[in-house]
Design a protein around this ligand. Structure first.
Ligand code: 0RA
Length: 635
C-alpha cells in the first residue's frame, strides 16, 4: 500500500464525491434507466475491445443479490504499475472520469458516446466493485468500495486465458431498488449484436432463470433481414455497403419490400440517432441520385418523364445506417441527432459508389427496385391529378349523402363513428347491432377499386369510392388546395370492419391504400382504425368466450379441458347475429380496435412481437390503450 495522500488521491476523492452527489449528471437518472445505464457503461467497454478485434464474447449476468457481472475474453486491462503515477492502468481507468479512451489503445470509443462516462462512474455508484483480469498467465484482482480501492492489484491465481471480468453491486443508498428489466436490457444487447457483427453476447438473469444469446454474422444485413422477415422483399439479399473513409467507418444495409412505409434506422457509434442527422442526409441524397442516374442511363425513366423524388425511392425501403467515428457531435434536445458535417459527404460518397456498383452488377434486382419506385411515382402523380380534378370541378360539393349510408344521430364529429363494412349482409347485421346514436354504417359492395392502378378519372367515378368520400365529407385532396379539409370530417373515428379471411384482408388493404394515397391526414391524425372481430367462440356449458387469436384459443382450450368444450370458428362477420356483432366488435366497452399509424416503424415492430406473443391480458390492454401500425398487422 501507498503511504499518505497524493494530489491524485485528492482529485479522485473529489470526483467520487461529485458523482455520488449528483449521479443524474453522469448517468441521467437513478431510476431503472440509470440502473441499466451502469450495465451498459461496463458492457460498452467490452464491446469496444471486441470491435478493436481482440475478443468475440461478452457475457452479462444479473445475480440474485442484484449484483452484475460483465465478462469478456479480450486482452485484459493492463495491470502493471505506471512508473510515473505509481498506479496501474486498471486502477486509473476505474477511478478517473473519462480515463477510458487514453488507455484504450484505440483512437476512439466505438460504442456509446452519448454519456460515455466510463467505468469509474459505475464504480463510484457501487457499494462494491471488483475487477478480475486474466493476462500473462495470471489472474489479477482489485476491489473497491463506493469507488475507493480497498487494496492494490493482487495476483490471485493462474490462467491460460485472457479477459476482463467486472462485478459490481449498485449502491442501495443511490438506487431505490435494484430491479432490472430483462426485456429492455435484452433489446439493447440485441441491437449491439446487430451493430457489431460476429460478437457473441450472452445475457443471463439468475433471479428469473432467464437467458438469451445474440450473435449476428451478417450484422446490419441481419438487422435489415429481421425487419423484413414478415414482408415480401423485392430482392432476396439486402444490399450491403461498407467503407472506411479517413477514420470513419460507414456501414449500410438496405432492402426493399412491397409496402408503402419506410423503415430507416440510423446509428452513430451504436447510438440510435432517432432524429437523424448528417449521416442520414448523406444516405438519402445518395440513394435518390444513384437510382435516378442508373434509371436514366438504362432509359428506365423515359426522356420526357421527371426524376424520381426522394419519397419515391423510400417507399418500401428498409435501411440500416451505422457510422463509427471519432468525436461524434450529438445535437438536439435529446442528443439523438448527429451533427458532424463531414459525415454527410462521407456517407453520401460511400452509398453512391456502393449502390451504383450493386445496381450495375445486379440488373434484375435493379429493374425490380426501379419498377417499384416508378409505380410509387405514378401513383403519387395520379393522386395529385385526382385531387386537382376534385378541386377544379368541385366534384364533391353539395352532394347529398349516399343512400346506403346509415347515419347516426349524434351531431358532434368528435363523438361520431363510421364503420366501413364489407358486403351488404354484414352491413345489415351492423346496422341492426350498432348504437345508432353515434355509430354510422357504410356497407361497401365487393372489392373496391385498386387506387394504385386506376387512373384518376376512373377512381373518382367509382361508386364505392365516391360514396366513401362523400360520407366522410372531407373531399379527396391534400396540401395546398382548399379541396381537402380535415375540419369537415364527419366522423372522428373511421373504422374498417372486414371478414377475417383472405378476401377481407384484401379489401382492407385496398381501403388502406386508398386512405394512404388520398387522405393521409386521416391516418396521421389518428382517425383511422381497424375493427378486430373474434376468430372463435368457445363454449362449455353455460360458459362462453370470444377469442381473438389462435394462441389465446390454445391457451383457453387447454385450461378448460377437452370434455364438453365446443370451439366454433368465425370466418365472416355475417356468421354473427347483430347482438353478437355488437358485443364482440362494436361495443366500445368490450371491442378491440387498432389505430392505424404510419410512423415509428421500429417501435411498431417491437409492439407487434408483443401483440403476437403469448401474454393475453397485456395484449388486450395494449391494443385498447395505444396506437399501433397497420402494415405490421400482415395486411
Ligand atoms: C487498454 C489496453 C489493453 C486492453 C484494454 C485497454 C482493455 C480494456 C477493457 C475494458 C473492458 N474490457 C477490456 N479489455 C481490454 C491491452 C493492451 C495490450 O495488451 O497490449
Amino acid at each position: 500500500m501507498k503511504q499518505g495522500y497524493t494530489a491524485r488521491d485528492i482529485q479522485v476523492l473529489k470526483e467520487l464525491e461529485a458523482v455520488r452527489l449528483r449521479p443524474g449528471m453522469y448517468i441521467g437518472s437513478t431510476d431503472q434507466r440509470g440502473l441499466h445505464h451502469l450495465i451498459h457503461e461496463i458492457v460498452d467497454n467490452s464491446i469496444d475491445e471486441a470491435m478493436a478485434g481482440y475478443c468475440d464474447r461478452v457475457t452479462i449476468i444479473i445475480h440474485d443479490d442484484g449484483s452484475v457481472t460483465v465478462t469478456d475474453n479480450g486482452r485484459g486491462i493492463p495491470v502493471d504499475i505506471h512508473h510515473a503515477t505509481k498506479i496501474s492502468a486498471l486502477e486509473t481507468v476505474m477511478t478517473t472520469l473519462h480515463a477510458g479512451a487514453k488507455f484504450g489503445g484505440q483512437s476512439y470509443k466505438v460504442c456509446g458516446g452519448l454519456h460515455g462516462v466510463g467505468a469509474s462512474v459505475v464504480n463510484a455508484l457501487s457499494s462494491w466493485f471488483r475487477v478480475d483480469v486474466e493476462r500473462d498467465g495470471k489472474i489479477y484482482r482489485q476491489e473497491f468500495r463506493r469507488g475507493i480501492p480497498t487494496n492494490g492489484v493482487e495476483m490471485i491465481g493462474h490462467s491460460q486465458q485472457t479477459g476482463t471480468t467486472v462485478t459490481f453491486l449498485p449502491d442501495k443508498d443511490i438506487f431505490d431498488k435494484l430491479d432490472y428489466d430483462f426485456n429492455v436490457l435484452a433489446q439493447r444487447f440485441r441491437e449491439m449484436a446487430y451493430l457489431n457483427k460476429g460478437i457473441w453476447i450472452n445475457f443471463r438473469d439468475e433471479r428469473q432463470d432467464r437467458e438469451i444469446s445474440f450473435y449476428f454474422q451478417g450484422g446490419v444485413v441481419s438487422f435489415a433481414q429481421q425487419i423484413n422477415r414478415k414482408r415480401v422483399v423485392l430482392h432476396p439479399k439486402p444490399i450491403y455497403i461498407s467503407k472506411v473513409i479517413n477514420s470513419t467507418t460507414v456501414e449500410v444495409a438496405l432492402q426493399y419490400n412491397d409496402r408503402f412505409t419506410e423503415s430507416t434506422f440510423s446509428f452513430a457509434n451504436c447510438i440510435n440517432t432517432i432524429d437523424g442527422g448528417t449521416h442520414l442526409t448523406g444516405f438519402r441524397t445518395a440513394l435518390t441520385r444513384s437510382l435516378n442516374d442508373y434509371a436514366r442511363q438504362y432509359k428506365i425513366i423515359k426522356e420526357n418523364e421527371s426524376n424520381l423524388a426522394g419519397e419515391d425511392v423510400r417507399e418500401g425501403l428498409v435501411a440500416i445506417i451505422s457510422v463509427k467515428l471519432i468525436d461524434p457531435q450529438f445535437e438536439g434536445q435529446t442528443k439523438t441527432r448527429l451533427g458532424n458535417s463531414e459525415l454527410k459527404t462521407q456517407v453520401e460518397s460511400a452509398v453512391y459508389e456502393g449502390l451504383t456498383y450493386y445496381l450495375n452488377e445486379h440488373p434484375q434486382e435493379a429493374r425490380r427496385i426501379l419498377e417499384k419506385c416508378l409505380t410509387t411515382a405514378r401513383a403519387r402523380e395520379a393522386a395529385r391529378k385526382a385531387r386537382e380534378l376534385v378541386n377544379k370541378k368541385g366534384l364533391f360539393e353539395g352532394n347529398s349523402l349516399p343512400g346506403k349510408l346509415a347515419d347516426c344521430s349524434e351531431k358532434s364529429p368528435a363523438n361520431r363513428e363510421l364503420y366501413i363494412v364489407e358486403g351488404d349482409s354484414a352491413g345489415g347485421s351492423a346496422k341492426q347491432g350498432r348504437d345508432r346514436g353515434f355509430q354510422a354504417i357504410l356497407p361497401l359492395k365487393g372489392k373496391i377499386l385498386n387506387v394504385e392502378k386506376a387512373r384518376p378519372e376512373k377512381m373518382l367515378s367509382h361508386d364505392e369510392i365516391r360514396a366513401l368520400i362523400i360520407a366522410l365529407g372531407v373531399g379527396a385532396g391534400t396540401g395546398n388546395g382548399s379541396e381537402f379539409d380535415l375540419a369537415k370530417l364527419r366522423y372522428h373515428r373511421v373504422i374498417i370492419m372486414t371478414d377475417a379471411d383472405v378476401d377481407g384482408s384484401h379489401i382492407r388493404t385496398l381501403l388502406l391504400t386508398f386512405f394512404f394515397r388520398y387522405m393521409p391526414e386521416l391516418i396521421t391524425n389518428g382517425h383511422l382504425y381497424i375493427a378486430q372481430p373474434p376468430l372463435y367462440r368457445i363454449k362449455k356449458g353455460k360458459e362462453h368466450h370470444w377469442i381473438y387469436s389462435d394462441g389465446e384459443k390454445d391457451k383457453l382450450t387447454a385450461k378448460m379441458g377437452s370434455k364438453g368444450v365446443e370451439v366454433q370458428r368465425y370466418k365472416g362477420l355475417g356468421e354473427m347475429n347483430p347482438q353478437q356483432l355488437w358485443e364482440t366488435t362494436m361495443d366500445p366497452e368490450t371491442r378491440i380496435i387498432l389505430q392505424v399509424n404510419i410512423k415509428d416503424a421500429a417501435k411498431a415492430d417491437e409492439i407487434i412481437d408483443m401483440l403476437m406473443g403469448e401474454a393475453v391480458p397485456p395484449r388486450k390492454a395494449f391494443i385498447q390503450a395505444h396506437a399501433t401500425q397497420v402494415r405490421n398487422l400482415d395486411v
